[in-house]
Write a protein of this length. Sequence first.
Length: 321
Amino acid sequence: MTTQKFVTLQPTGDKLPLVGFGTARISKEDTEQVVYNAIMAGNRLIDGALAYVNEAEVGKGVRRAIADGIVKREELFIVGKLWNSFHEKQHVKPIFQMTLDNYGLDYIDLYLVHLPFAIEYVDPKGPFGLTNAKNELKLIKAPMHETWRELEALVDAGLIRNIGISNFNVQLTLDLLSYARIPPSVLEIEHHPYLQQRRLIKWVRSQGVQVIAYASFGNAVFEAVPQGTEHLKNLLEHPVIVDIAEKYQLSTGQVLLVWAISHQVVVIPKTVNVSRMKSNLDINHIRLDDDDQQKIDALEANARFNDFYANNYGFDFPIYD
Ligand SMILES: NC(=O)c1ccc[n+]([C@@H]2O[C@H](COP(=O)([O-])OP(=O)(O)OC[C@H]3O[C@@H](n4cnc5c(N)ncnc54)[C@H](OP(=O)(O)O)[C@@H]3O)[C@@H](O)[C@H]2O)c1
């Protein structure tokens, strides 16, 4: 049986599992059963977002697992995200309510600002992305301090337990901390051996912010990679990772997850495969030798794959600069 480990969030003291489950890019048809299976496998942290266009199905899977007695609501940690089209203060509450209704829950555990820039309002029934129908990125003026006030009000109303940020850098986080009455509990970022973001992580941690990693397998799961990163070996097949996997009798995917949680970074791998759901979770008891951990640290390449620059989003917007 898998033993979960947790980190404690500030300011609430809530417990966040070190290993969770991501729900991006799971088809609408499959999502309910996949999420149900993920909870059956022992997952308690479910990372969702309006932009994944499967919130209602995530909610169905969660509620079925609760109804079947597999888990109690309070044992689950459910995450949602505010999409860029709804940062203006008048849109935050209604769009959050839509997420809550999609999930069919009374509250969620963590609500993140998905990305740190606002774009023009669209019909929340979707479809929506970063660009409009004409393939243009339409930025609007919606100050983050106004967005954050609305999120704080939702915490006050008991509808969200923790609020957080995603894809923010140090400067944006510093500014947010200057006005936040309720500070962010979490920063969710791309994180893998090729993009370790050590300075960002060290600093946000010093401010009491817990880091969640996405894309823990790095370039292995991207169909197209940005210019300048094509030379990097597929991380799941990298000789350093393969050797360590053989030594500890793990899969290469497990090695990458163990490496991250050993750095106290929470991981949320997505899989539709039940045996991977179990093996991705079954890592809390494993520790790599310092030497092996350092061999993986040495793979740092400052290579960001989920970038909005020189890649396939159709526009160049260097938000991480
Ligand atoms: N905040 C943000 O901006 C942001 C951005 C991206 C993602 N996210 C969140 O982070 C989650 C994870 O990111 P992601 O979905 O992009 O990628 P990921 O979880 O890093 O990778 C998913 C892919 O890896 C495969 N996989 C899963 N476990 C594996 C293992 N042990 N070995 C080898 N392959 C494995 C899966 O295939 P199978 O399904 O076939 O097993 C799937 O194709 C998302 O689901 C989402 O919740 C957040």
